[in-house]
Design a protein around this ligand. Structure first.
Ligand code: GDP
Length: 197
């Protein structure tokens, strides 16, 4: 698929260092350890496109990947919730992230990655608030669905759907597992729609 063509373009600390704001891109956001890197690697069929790390939150940069279609990009936003980082530094990253989300014109939508066993934590709710106030589209990826039985996975999905609706966020929700392939096709379909592929 087109996603296999994903290749690293650059890392940016802030919006002004991101690639030229042309074309269409989709950003991946999530708490550290939610499974964001693994999801990106599975999506693109690449073992180490996004580095998966056992140390939560080591990537603090906005990582930009290009596809082999004109000006289509995947953006890996910094994982949130790194333990050993001073609050002042967290605030700087948060400001950069907010700047990116609010001012990036080529941003078509955000894939919000949550561990299906721990959905809707504080960071996630903050993202949904921004989404609501900036009319940003959100696709919630409930990862590690292999950790739950089908019933509980489905009810978590429905519960998150309900929260989006209540908040008035323009969004969708799906389950996902890099382990057994659950939802990989759904994610590709959603991204192809957003990226106009
Ligand atoms: P990130 O910090 O959000 O990039 O999270 P990672 O992608 O590094 O994943 C965090 C941990 O969750 C790692 O130990 C992964 O192996 C594990 N993980 C990620 N995706 C899945 C999945 O679909 N199923 C299971 N069982 N474990 C996963």
């Amino acid at each position: 698929s087109t996603f296999q063509s994903a290749h690293f373009i650059k890392s940016a600390e802030k919006l002004s260092q991101c690639p030229l704001d042309q074309g269409v891109e989709v950003a991946f956001a999530g708490r550290s350890n939610a499974g964001k890197s693994t999801a990106l690697n599975t999506l693109t069929n690449q073992k180490k496109l996004a580095r998966t790390s056992k140390t939560p939150g080591r990537t603090q940069l906005i990582n930009c990947f290009g596809l082999n279609v004109d000006d289509r990009r995947l953006i890996d936003l910094p994982g949130y919730g790194f333990a050993k980082v001073p609050i002042a530094m967290k605030k700087v990253w948060q400001a950069h992230m907010q700047d990116y989300l609010m001012n990036r014109r080529s941003l078509a939508g955000v894939v919000l990655v949550m561990d299906i066993r721990h959905p809707l934590k504080e960071f996630d709710e903050m993202m949904l608030d921004w989404a609501k106030s900036n009319r940003m589209k959100v696709h919630v990826l409930l990862t590690k669905s292999d950790k739950l039985k089908r019933g509980p996975a489905k009810s978590t999905m429905l519960a998150v759907q309900k929260v989006l609706k209540t908040l008035g966020v323009d969004g969708s929700v799906q389950t996902f597992s890099s382990l057994n392939g659950d939802g990989v096709d759904d994610l590709r379909t959603k991204l192809a729609e957003w990226l106009v592929l």
